[in-house]
Design a protein around this ligand. Structure first.
Ligand SMILES: NC(=O)c1ccc[n+]([C@@H]2O[C@H](COP(=O)([O-])OP(=O)(O)OC[C@H]3O[C@@H](n4cnc5c(N)ncnc54)[C@H](OP(=O)(O)O)[C@@H]3O)[C@@H](O)[C@H]2O)c1
Length: 344
């Protein structure tokens, strides 16, 4: 890439110090602002003005990629301001793996495979931030994985771990709409009450204070048909025991690993054979051709309130992202958390 004469001011959040054994806080980051030439793009590349940055737990594991040359990596929404890629024309609204900076370059090899041109689904009556949550990658993951792997049938019972998280909330609501009995677990009594009273879950329990096997056995007297796993811990062992013949485990998330917990390592896999279960993983990036169908079906439900979601959007300059991220890791916000650093 060679420089042109046009210049931009680009503020970047860099890693000042790798957090060793502690949660990252403001002191681990530094923010710099540089005036630089607009990049000259190679074929297939795009240049994005970032607007909304997504805060996600996994980001803290990628800090080693952040250094003076390379800001912290995450996902975000923005506007394409230069493009050598016909799928992402100038002016379109973008979601993808940007960095914590005002402007990002993405190339075919670095990030565009995980990116979406949002223009086909963008509804101007909704805040842009919903495309970082219920109508974005999180929502699409749930909708598509349930359709593709769930084989949901009315009257069946589904259990969702991390049910009050971004993906879990939607998984429960979509399953409920299809007539399933929906059970969720979450980490506080307040979240459990929210699942039952506001989202219509049939049963919910606090996985931190209740025995998971006992709570699930009580909540699913007819057994489980589907375990929608967002956690990837030893709950898999419990699900394998409680699943009915021809039951399914849909493995989507690894939240336990983000917390440094041991990964699932079930010792009762014999259940897969004896009960003819299906245990299948799902990775959203293979299925991006389905976005328009997703928006067509789910956008009206979000607009008319039939699908509920929770989000927190903090507005400010890029230098608040580090502090906000530290608070986010301590559980200081509700729902999907974004930082809005600029208008589109
Ligand atoms: N496979 C794919 O294609 C794909 C696509 C998108 C996302 N994902 C993954 O899906 C997972 C869920 O994402 P999300 O956006 O819904 O997460 P999220 O909204 O950030 O959910 C965070 C919540 O998860 C709960 N949690 C954290 N650690 C937990 C643990 N060890 N056990 C149980 N619950 C725990 C916490 O709530 P409590 O208070 O309830 O503990 C926390 O508030 C992530 O692992 C994400 O990377 C996968």
């Amino acid at each position: 890439m060679t420089a042109s004469n046009n210049q931009i001011s680009n503020t970047r959040v860099l890693v000042a110090q790798i957090p060793e054994g502690v949660a990252p806080n403001k002191s681990h980051f530094r923010t710099v602002t540089v005036t630089e030439d607009k990049p000259e793009l190679e074929d297939g590349a795009i240049f994005v003005k970032n607007s909304v940055l997504s805060l996600d737990p996994y980001i803290k594991y990628d800090f080693s990629s952040g250094n003076e040359e390379s800001p912290v990596a995450g996902f975000g929404l923005g506007k394409i301001v230069d493009s050598k890629n016909p799928a992402f024309p100038v002016g379109s609204t973008f979601f993808g793996p940007v960095r914590w900076e005002s402007y990002s370059v993405l190339t075919q090899d670095q990030g565009l495979g995980e990116s979406i041109n949002l223009d086909a689904g963008l509804d101007k009556d909704l805040p842009l931030s919903v495309y970082n949550g219920v109508l974005g990658l999180s929502g699409f993951t749930v909708w598509d994985s349930l359709k593709r792997l769930g084989n949901l049938k009315k009257g069946e019972t589904i259990y969702i771990s991390s049910a009050a998280g971004t993906l879990g909330l939607l998984a429960g609501q979509l399953a409920k709409r299809q007539g399933l009995r929906v059970i969720g677990s979450a980490g506080s009594d307040e979240k459990v009450a929210y699942l039952k009273n506001e989202l219509g879950f049939d049963a919910a329990f606090n996985y931190k204070t209740q025995d998971r096997r006992a709570a699930l056995t009580e909540a699913a007297p007819q057994g489980l048909d589907i375990y929608y796993d967002l956690v990837f811990d030893d709950t898999v062992d419990i699900a394998l025991d409680l699943l009915n013949p021809h039951g399914r485990i849909i493995s989507v998330g690894t939240l336990a690993l983000h917390q440094g917990q041991e990964p699932a390592a079930p010792k009762n896999l014999i259940n897969i054979l004896m009960k003819q279960l299906r245990y299948e993983g799902y990775m959203v990036y293979e299925y991006f051709d389905q976005w328009e169908s997703f928006w067509k079906e789910v956008t009206p439900l979000v607009k008319n309130g039939e699908i509920k979601f929770a989000e927190t959007v903090i507005e400010g300059e890029l230098d608040i992202v580090a502090e906000t991220y530290s608070r986010f890791l301590q559980g200081g916000y509700k729902g999907k958390v974004s930082v809005k650093i600029a208008d589109l």
